[in-house]
Write a protein that binds this ligand. Sequence first.
Ligand SMILES: [Zn+2]
Length: 55
Amino acid sequence: MDESLPIFLFTEMQTTCPYCGRRTNFEEYEELGLIYQVHHCKNEKCGFTFIEMED
Ligand SMILES: [Zn+2]
């Protein structure tokens, strides 16, 4: 996992970019039994990348 990326917890709502509110593309990974997703904002002018994971 890239520890330099900001980490958010999963929510029940559709994940959107915390900056611009657009939807994201994501890939899901599992590491040491921990599931997390790396999200990329679909807004090209924003491009925010962040990790979403379980509590
Ligand atoms: Zn964004």
